[in-house]
Design a protein around this ligand. Structure first.
Ligand code: MLT
Length: 411
């Protein structure tokens, strides 16, 4: 018998959205070698790692070269020095108590949000907001929790919760029962948020229906407004129903360095076939200890430095730098008459495409006429059609230049 593949992979679109964009941009650049392309597509940061981080990173690398301080395998869950600082800085000030074994350090929120589905049964019904970070959808396709994608751009068996200007980008509770709910706020890609009451609606839904919320908070450091929760655990009862994913990528520039963490509270329960409650935390621990050998020591030392006074000061500067870009993008696009969302508690600006133009049409226009790259909204799901995402992660100079060029187009 010939070797069989996992046929679920054949259900996927041929390439990941950012790979597809890269191919198009590279082709355009080959044909137009002098075009001064400005990339505002993938959410990758441009500011270097904070000096406080670099200092500890270097020190830890040197330790690895001395027999007295060399470190081999570390704990798969992460070193206690980093986990203590995570709890002390990211949760305790918000009144959230966590124990060290509820925090799992990892190499990225993309990996964790992609891998988490492995510890849940294949017959769970999965709900996603639409548009959505493709990783949540595609990892469930790979696992076999969906059918094929229909003409409408939706995978069978997946429950889509549209988030558009019509509902202020606030997902409505599903009309059919769902088990696993992916929420990301501040949202990628729309840049919009949920306030405490709106988030409480979801926590209450999950408690009532014995569902679990997979809450991606990778962009929490961009929140500027008061009533927006930074952690889902700010909502009463959320520890019983939610896993939270955090990242050092967008707040501290770790996109290439890789460090993140996931919180799996001990109160969180799933159910076996007999209906007995089973704690989720030991399942994730078991998964990680088998499949993951932890984040390297120098990187965890570097991540710890994010919490030093100097580190905090430097990351605050970077975030306000990007948020200044976000304000420039918002103002420039509003000025030329476009409808613009997000960009106030988030580095993403979600733009309604001009009348009569779809997401890819707007992508092509900006690429060819302004040499500016963004992300077509439809790449994040069918409800993203007619929208376009621009990131604030480029330099101030490039952001201004890109907005100048777009402002000159006749849109
Ligand atoms: C994005 O552009 O959506 C980001 O790159 C997401 C990510 O961090 O993987």
């Amino acid at each position: 018998m010939p070797v069989k593949i996992n046929e679920n992979y054949l259900l996927l679109k041929s390439s990941y959205i950012f790979a597809e964009i890269n191919q198009k941009v590279n082709k355009f650049q080959e044909e137009n070698p002098d075009a001064p392309i400005i990339r505002m597509g993938i959410g990758d940061v441009t500011r270097p790692l904070p000096q406080a981080v670099i200092k500890e990173f270097h020190k830890a690398v040197d330790e690895m070269g001395q027999s007295e301080t060399f470190m081999g395998y570390g704990p798969e869950q992460g070193y206690s020095f980093l986990i203590k600082d995570i709890i002390e800085n990211d949760f305790r000030p918000r009144g959230i108590e966590l124990s060290e074994d509820e925090v799992f350090v990892s190499d990225g929120a993309k990996c964790d949000t992609g891998n988490i589905q492995e510890i849940f049964g294949l017959d769970n019904v999965v709900a996603v907001t639409d548009p959505v970070y493709p990783v949540y959808v595609e990892t469930n396709v790979m696992a076999g929790r969906t059918g094929p994608m229909g003409e409408d751009g939706r995978y069978e068996k997946l429950v889509y919760l549209p988030c558009t200007a019509e509902n202020d980008f606030v997902p409505e509770l599903p009309s059919e029962p769902v088990d696993l709910i992916y929420l990301c706020f501040p949202n990628n890609p729309t840049g919009t948020t949920l306030n405490k009451d709106q988030m409480a609606t979801w926590v209450n839904y999950a408690r009532k229906n014995k569902a679990i919320i997979l809450f991606d908070a990778a962009y929490e450091s961009y929140i500027t407004e008061e009533d927006i929760p930074h952690s889902i655990y700010e909502i009463e009862g959320a520890k019983e129903v939610a896993i939270e994913f955090r990242s050092f990528s967008k707040n501290a520039g770790f996109t290439g360095t890789r460090c993140a963490y996931t919180v799996v509270p001990k109160e969180l329960m799933g159910y076996d076939e007999e209906g007995n409650a089973q704690a989720i935390n030991p399942l994730w621990n078991r998964r990680q200890t088998t499949k993951f050998n932890g984040v390297s020591y120098p990187i965890q030392k570097a991540a710890q430095a994010v919490y030093s006074d100097e580190g905090q000061k430097e990351i605050a500067e970077s975030i306000s730098y990007y948020m200044k870009n976000a304000a420039i993008i918002r103002e420039s696009l509003i000025e030329i008459g476009l409808n613009v969302y997000g960009g106030i508690n988030s580095p993403y600006i979600w733009v309604k495409t001009p009348e009569g133009m779809d997401s890819w049409g707007f992508f092509d226009l900006l690429l060819t006429e302004a040499n500016v790259v963004g992300t077509p909204g439809v790449g994040f799901g069918p409800s993203g059609e007619g929208y376009f995402r621009i990131t604030a992660f480029n330099t101030l100079e490039n952001t201004k230049e890109a907005m100048d060029r777009i402002s000159k187009l006749s849109i």
